[in-house]
Design a protein around this ligand. Structure first.
Ligand code: ZN
Length: 207
């Protein structure tokens, strides 16, 4: 179970970022069915509620909202719950928002596909994925964030379902194999779309 810096569990809702942004779900709508820490049912039939609303937290979500959209910095209001059985505090975020990461899962999947499969330069990937005005590493030497994502995928820190890359694969080959797996997990109706678009869509579910 992913944990954020303060030790709270991060749970992805079935509600996607766009719908969540239009209207923050109520405590009832966003409540997980079970406590991910102890497994207790959140609303047992005829019993008291075990996962109680515990306030809200603002979360930033970076990246484009679609493959052809301009990258942006969104803020979503995540919901917190406290389990009265085990004391765990959960943060429920929209589907496709990753614990401890500013970029959306789709933005990262898209970046892996652009770099690994479309063979875009790191600077071009950055232009399509990173919101303008982000101060960071030099576009001349590449985009450190991109390389870090590829290493994180290889170490199963994101997209843990991605297949094992070939031993001694280059970073770009690793990005490619992860992006192919993400694209394959997108809805079959998207098959006619370019592979980087499918990686964008598949990543929101694979996270
Ligand atoms: Zn619990």
């Amino acid at each position: 179970m992913p944990r954020n810096r303060s030790g709270r569990s991060v749970v992805q809702s079935a509600i996607d970022i766009k719908r969540w942004q239009q209207q923050t779900p109520t405590v009832v709508e966003a409540r997980p069915a079970r406590c991910p820490a102890c497994g207790v049912a959140s609303c047992p039939l005829g019993g008291a509620i075990r996962l109680q609303g515990h306030g809200k937290r603002e979360r930033q979500v970076w990246g484009p909202s679609g493959p052809d959209q301009r990258p942006e910095m969104l803020t979503v209001t995540a919901r917190r719950y406290r389990c009265v059985s085990c004391g765990a505090v959960l943060l429920v975020v929209p589907r496709g928002v990753l614990g401890r990461r500013l970029y959306s899962a789709s933005a990262i999947g898209f970046a892996l596909a652009l770099w690994g499969l479309v063979l875009a330069t790191a600077a071009e990937v950055r232009r399509r994925v990173a919101p303008a005005g982000i101060v960071g590493d030099s576009a001349v030497t590449g985009w450190t964030t991109l390389r870090r994502w590829v290493r994180d995928v290889a170490q199963r820190r994101i997209f843990a379902e991605a297949p094992d890359p070939v031993p001694r694969a280059s970073l770009r080959q690793r990005a490619a194999s992860a992006a192919v797996a993400l694209a394959a997990s997108a809805d079959p109706t998207t098959r006619a779309l370019p592979i980087e678009h499918r990686a964008f869509l598949g990543a929101a579910h694979a996270a």
